[in-house]
Structures are given as structure tokens and as C-alpha cells.
Design a protein around this ligand. Sequence first.
Ligand code: SAM
Length: 329
Amino acid sequence: MFDKSKRQINYLRLSITDHCNLKCQYCLPEKVTKFHNNSDLLKSDEIEKIVKAFSLIGIKKIRITGGEPCVRSDFLDILKKIHQINGIDKIAITTNGFKLLENIDLFKANGLNRINISLDSLNPKKYNEITRGGDFHTVFESIKKACLKNFEKVRLNVVIMKDVNDDEIFDFVNLTKNLNIGVRFIELMPIGEGKKFTSVKNSEVLSLIKKHYILEKHNNLETDGPANYYKINGFLGEIGFISPLSNRFCDKCNRVRVTSEGFLKLCLHYNEGIDLIPYLKANVSTEDLAQIIEDAIYNKKPKEHQMDCIKSIEDIKKIETKGMNEIGG
Ligand code: SAM
């Protein structure tokens, strides 16, 4: 479907929980006091109905995210249900990788096409500090295993923070030498705990890398998101840059989000959208739900807004205050 700004919206980021087994310092506070009760999270059959409705309006790609999606004990059931829905041809996950090692074959057999794994340090001690307890070796084994399993794409999400991991940029670049992986540098957004850290502009990361390597723009890569990809001659993988701060991409936005509590969120940065729960509780038909969703998406923030259209107190009230674990990234 197309919104009012004539952008094609074909991608849904679906958060299935706000709970996480890690507490990355820029994402979650040390003492998380407000995880939602499990009973408030969308049930797997509600997720199925929502995704069916989205497929009716032309959504083709679903990214399952969170919190950590794999902490849900019914994750496999959710994956299977989404896999069986006509019209959904890409199922991706964003995960911290902890539950991948033992489940990867099962996930692949049940329709998972693409995996993004978040990894902000290649130094086990630093990784443990950033994540407040994560074991680097478990995640890295999962990454290596995923790369051997013929997924359409395996990518790393790396958020570079000044004086935290900006000394590891080349270590991440060098990973792409022997691993067929996309390493994506993501600019830290000043959302939630992210405000406590200093982001590094991707233009700086790019020019640093260019001092040592010749980067070729990777044009023949099918991208359905805001990343710009480059390759180093002879390297197996590629490097991507997602720059929400320095290069806003509202004009190319192709996505909406549904939170783990069933709120259809139209823009990452604003709390505008609609609560789908009353419609689910009223047991509206999938077709009617699709119409409700379509009408809401049509009124997505215009492509020109670039987050600069905050002019009044009313606008400020609409700015998103949820943490990334609630939004799903
Ligand atoms: N638990 C999963 C994971 O670790 O990938 C999925 C949820 S996590 C919130 C999704 C992505 O959001 C991660 O790649 C994380 O690095 C990113 N993220 C969290 N806070 C961020 C921020 N303030 N700015 C940019 N990216 C952020």
C-alpha cells in the first residue's frame, strides 16, 4: 500500500516482547522496573491475525523483534504461524543471538530467512560490560554458525559510541574479510538510555575506513531499508551504514511498527498510531482489521517531516518516550 506521501509501505517491524535477557547500557536501565506483564503481550493467535491483516494490505516483509524475541517460550509457534501466511515472503529477526546456537536449524526450517544479530564489541570483557552480563563467545559462535547456514542474509548491528567501542571499527570491518556477513554501523539515537552516550556520526566512521581501504559502493545488493552498503575488494562480506541522525531517511520510509502490546506505531520517533487491542477484543474480521490498519498507515507522518516539524506543545506531547526495548529498534 501507499501512504499519503506516496511512499510504498511494505515492511512491518513486529515486537513480540519488551523483555530482554540482556541489559545493554544504551538500551535498558540497570534496574528495569517496567517490563510488561506477560499477560499484556500479544498472544500468538493475535499476532497471527495482525500479520494476516497486514498481508492483505501488501506487507511482504516481517521483522520479529523486541526486547529479545527469543525469550518468548512460544517463539517457534509464532514463527510457524507467520510462515504460513500467504503474501509474507520474508521473515527476519533482530536478536542478541543467545538462543540461536541450539535453535538455528529449527528456525530456518520454519521460515526464518534473515538474521540480524546485535553485537557492539568484539572484546569479550567489553561486550560483557556493555550488555551487563552477556557472554561474547556464545554470541560469536551463533554468528559463525548462522553464516554457514545459507540464510538470505546474516547481518551484525553495531552501534558505535564515543569512547566505548569507537576503537573497534577496524576490527568489525576486518570481520567481513572471511565471513559472508553484513556489518552495519548504526548511529546511536538519543532515545531512552541512549541519551547517556555520545554517538559517532557515520560520516566519520566512513572516512576513517576510507583512509585504509578502498570501498566500492555495493549497488547490486537488494536493500529494503535505509542502509548504504560498501564492499572491500576481496572481502567476503559487506559494510553498511544506517545513519538516522546525520542522514534522515523519512522520505524513503517503507515501514511501520507494532509493539508487543498491540499498538500500531506509525513513526519511530512519535507516539502516534492506533491501539489494535480493542479491535482484537471485539473480534473484528481480518478484512476489517486490514482496513483499519490501512486507513491509519495512510496518515503516516509526511515524508517531509524529518523530525523538524515540532512547532507546538501538542507536537512535543507526540514525541516518543518509550525505550528501544519497547519499540523494537
Ligand atoms: N534484543 C534484540 C537485539 O539485541 O537485537 C532486538 C531488540 S534491540 C532494541 C534492536 C536494535 O536496537 C539493536 O540492534 C540495538 O543495538 C538497537 N538500539 C537500541 N537502542 C538504540 C539506540 N538508542 N540507538 C540506535 N540503536 C539502538
